[in-house]
Design a protein around this ligand. Structure first.
Ligand code: AMP
Ligand code: MG
Length: 322
């Protein structure tokens, strides 16, 4: 038995197929890119409409499955851009009708967390989610994924990219800053942890000022050391508070070796197991939607064909019934 999952919250139209016991078969996707204009909802919608059938057909072919073997169709209900969410929802309903399959709409952010469990083997970690837009520290408590701390302004990835764009590093700037930082020495930055929350926009301003007097390598080094230390602090506090024994790093910024080294040291000192979600499963993709659909379906949930999108649904709105 297999579930076919459809992702369409933002730039990616994805289709993943996973077996009911957690074997990942395929992870197909088409990604909307625009070098200068950002994400224009209407263009993203068009991109998804143009690519949906191709992505789904490729996934079915590569998985070598017939529709008879698909037992469930899941899709991203939200949060995300309404015009692109609607494309995924309509496709899921169309397929469910055509092939007479049950359908289930699921929360995209929760799926980012639970696919982490599947690929890491962790059961109940504290999640540190550091992507372009998001910086959050999340853990399961009383049947909900609680956000224990988050950025008060922009996500760390976007902060790095914003500085990088102004410094002429191009996009995405994170990997380039990592290389430059290796050759730099530490310069001081404002350290802003407020309770369990963090803030990065002041650091972007500071980095721009520092560029007038300091070498770019040193600015990158100071920026990274400070931002990563802030993440270590809130992650450590969340581990201490929840008493959990695993830390799982999710999101594009997880590619950074220095961040990994620092979190690894903190975890070793506390006797905590630490893992990173591999890049293939950390960005937006269909496999996580498929897996989350399966988890909820097996726990007894399903939707009917009138199911709708939920563009503003939060991570902690979802009852963890699985
Ligand atoms: P995501 O939003 O999860 O797709 O992650 C994209 C973000 O990760 C972008 O803001 C990138 O700049 C950032 N990123 C990717 N690689 C690295 C790296 N090696 N170091 C720091 N940030 C990175
Ligand atoms: Mg996402």
């Amino acid at each position: 038995m297999y579930c076919l999952g459809i992702e369409s919250t933002a730039h990616t139209f994805g289709c993943g197929i996973v077996s009911f016991d957690g074997k990942i078969l395929v992870n197909e996707r088409a990604v909307y890119t625009s070098p200068d204009k950002g994400m224009i909802p209407e263009e993203v919608r068009k991109h998804h409409l143009e690519n949906a059938d191709k992505v789904i057909n490729n996934a079915m072919q590569k998985a070598k499955l017939s529709w008879k073997e698909i037992s469930l169709i899941s899709f991203s209900q939200g949060p995300g851009l309404s015009p692109s969410l609607i494309v995924g929802k309509n496709k899921a309903i169309e397929l469910a009708k055509e092939h007479d399959k049950p359908i289930i709409g699921i929360n995209h952010c929760v799926a980012h967390l639970t696919i982490g469990n599947l690929v890491s083997g962790f059961k109940d970690p504290v999640y540190l989610y550091v992507s372009g837009v998001n910086t959050q520290i999340v853990a399961l408590q009383n049947k909900r994924f609680r956000v224990f701390g988050e950025t008060l302004d922009i996500g760390l990835g976007n902060a790095l990219d914003k500085f990088g764009r102004n410094a002429g590093l191009g996009f995405p700037a994170g990997p380039k800053m990592e290389e430059l930082a290796k050759k730099g020495k530490y310069v001081e930055f404002p350290y802003s942890v407020k309770g369990m929350d963090v803030s990065f926009s002041g650091m972007v301003n500071k980095a721009q000022q520092l560029l007038k007097t300091e070498k770019i390598e040193d600015v990158c080094c100071g920026f990274q050391e400070t931002a990563f230390a802030m993440l270590c602090e809130i992650a450590e506090r969340a581990l201490a508070y929840t008493g959990k024994k695993e830390l799982l790093l999710i999101g594009g910024v997880a590619a950074n070796k220095r961040l990994n080294e620092m979190l690894g040291m903190m975890c070793e000192a506390r006797g905590i197991k630490y893992k990173i979600v591999p890049m293939e499963y950390t960005g937006d993709q269909g496999v996580m939607i498929s897996w989350q659909g399966l988890l909820e379906f097996k726990a007894g949930r399903k939707d009917n064909l009138e199911v709708d999108i939920r563009p503003y649904e939060r991570t902690d709105d979802v009852d963890v019934i699985w």
